[in-house]
Design a protein. Structure first.
Length: 232
């Protein structure tokens, strides 16, 4: 089942706050995400889409219900299990979170650190290749201060993809990009699904990329209100 559906969510609930201030934010979410698919989570601000993303990506503890990620149950998982799961993932956030003192290549290499020491020359070659794929081959030695906002975000995309993750979680990855760059990034994620079986779950408000999605899930007030799969 995990091979066909790397993410299986059943009766997922979540709360924020404690005591009288405790408020339920996610209500009975049920999802099966197909391997190699590009799934988009949409909804107004505060709808719960980023919370669902972080719960599936083991960045937040699962409180109620079940999340199985690549065969690992996250509800009650140990920190060691979470770390092992995260090593199979790639993350792209709206904030690029680059290290200011590192070059573009060195920042991309950070995406390989979780996999331990390896062949340095081979890793650098992989980092350069990813930067070329996102159109920054000529900026590989630049520090973030010398890059535009869109270029920084493309470095962050390269960092997330360089380890060839099984699942990519992306939160507003195109927000800082112009239309062409944004489309190119999402097309790359789509192609990874088709060629490598990489599964992508993305939160976005960007209507320009919806046609590329295999599935669009809309949330409102912590509940799924619409779930549309493409005919492709």
């Amino acid at each position: 089942m995990a091979e066909q559906y790397p993410i299986i969510v059943e009766h997922l609930d979540h709360w924020f706050g404690v005591g009288e201030a405790r408020k339920q934010a996610i209500f009975d979410i049920n999802l099966k995400i197909k391997k190699g698919s590009l799934t988009i989570l949409m909804g107004p601000s505060g709808s719960g889409k980023t919370t669902v993303l972080t719960l599936m990506g083991c960045l937040r503890d699962v409180m109620g219900g079940s999340v199985k990620l690549l065969g690992t149950e996250l509800n009650g998982a140990t920190e060691a299990q979470n770390v092992a799961a995260r090593r199979k993932l790639g993350f792209i956030f709206q904030a690029h979170n680059l290290h200011d003192s590192l070059t573009a290549t060195q920042n991309v290499l950070m995406g390989l650190q979780v996999h331990g020491a390896g062949q340095e020359a081979k890793q650098k070659q992989a980092a350069h290749h990813m930067l070329e794929l996102v159109g920054l081959g000529d900026r590989s030695s630049f520090l973030p201060a010398k890059l535009s906002g869109g270029q920084k975000q493309r470095v962050a995309v390269a960092r997330a993809l360089v380890s060839n993750p099984e699942v990519i979680f992306a939160d507003e990855p195109t927000a800082a990009l112009d239309k062409e760059s944004g489309l190119n990034v999402v097309k790359m994620l789509k192609e990874l699904g088709q060629t490598r079986g990489t599964t992508t779950v993305m939160v976005t408000h960007d209507n320009r990329i919806l046609d590329l999605a295999d599935r669009i899930i809309t949330l409102e007030e912590g509940r799924i209100v619409k779930d549309t799969e493409s005919g492709s």
